[in-house]
Ligand binder design. Sequence first.
Ligand SMILES: NC(=O)c1ccc[n+]([C@@H]2O[C@H](COP(=O)([O-])OP(=O)(O)OC[C@H]3O[C@@H](n4cnc5c(N)ncnc54)[C@H](OP(=O)(O)O)[C@@H]3O)[C@@H](O)[C@H]2O)c1
Length: 284
Amino acid sequence: METRRHDDEEPPNPVVVVTGCSTGGIGHALARAFAERKCRVVATSRSLRSMAELEHDHRFFLQELDVQSDESVRRAVDAVVDKFGGIDVLVNNAGVQCVGPLAEVPLSAMQQTFDTNVFGTVRMVQAVVPHMATRKRGKIVNVGSVAALASGPWSGTYTASKASIHALTDTLRLELAHFGIDVVSVVPGAIKSNIGDSAIASYNRMPEWKLFKPFEAAIRDRAYFSQKSKTTPTDEFAKHTVAAILKEKPPAWFTYGHYSTAMAIMYHLPLSVRDFILKKAMKG
Ligand SMILES: NC(=O)c1ccc[n+]([C@@H]2O[C@H](COP(=O)([O-])OP(=O)(O)OC[C@H]3O[C@@H](n4cnc5c(N)ncnc54)[C@H](OP(=O)(O)O)[C@@H]3O)[C@@H](O)[C@H]2O)c1
């Protein structure tokens, strides 16, 4: 006997789009964890080469997607909707770290960071929401950071971009609830990835500091803060995160990984205490 699915039921093999799936990063691990859970996974990144190991695995539909480009976002979203008829879950994971003292960091570096982390997320949301709203269901997951819970020295650009993500996500959750779309903040602690290497590559293109030259070593060190010995394995983070996202009623806020509890406590500390701890930890 034929069984019919009703519109208010979870689809059996949800179509999940993940941005920033280069090998070694959180997006890549999330893509694989969604595939393990029988999702149809659209793994995207700026270049197909960075996802080469997923190429011959039929569980993945690979797309080039640069979240800074309207055209690239439109092309990728159209390709997914053409192939699968819709998108059930969007994970806005693509992101870049930016280190440098706020009084001297080039505005162009700040703009690049915001264009990826903040406007890239909104670009994806605006492209995908019409498709989800038509079907009156969907999930949007925005990747923030525990760093935004207690902003310390040398990474002000990054933490400001992630604080924006948290704020945008809270608004989206209320606005999109009218259309049956769940919106989730995923807030990683320190997770093993390429984020430190990418941050240093961008840092090396910045001009020499004037006032802040004596802090050069501490600033460089900040780029790798999440990648030291106390780092949560990427696959472990991805497995727990995907389990939370795929719940019928996903949580509004999901945090996991090293420092996630410590940073939640930091958020509630008096500023004088928080400043003292951050100054020591970041040599600021
Ligand atoms: N690792 C941590 O401890 C940690 C903690 C808190 C939050 N996060 C957040 O987790 C997310 C993933 O970061 P990660 O740690 O996995 O770092 P990662 O290994 O450097 O991965 C970042 C991914 O974003 C992609 N990306 C950068 N700019 C892009 C653009 N314009 N369009 C599309 N993709 C772009 C990168 O592509 P390319 O390979 O082409 O550069 C890469 O695939 C980020 O939002 C990050 O802020 C990470």
